[in-house]
Write a protein of this length. Structure first.
Length: 48
């Protein structure tokens, strides 16, 4: 079974566009959200 040979984990960070329109700041927020998920144990998502 392919999945049992190579387990896959997904951690996703999503930053919603609000008043902040700067791409770099938006990217940093999404990146921070992703690491928040990883620190909680992975396999999840965080929306900021």
């Amino acid at each position: 079974d392919l999945i049992s040979k190579w387990p896959i984990s997904f951690s996703i960070g999503v930053a919603m566009v609000g008043e902040e329109r700067d791409f770099d700041a938006l990217y940093r927020r999404a990146d921070q959200a992703m690491y928040t998920v990883k620190n909680k144990g992975r396999d999840g998502f965080e929306i900021v």
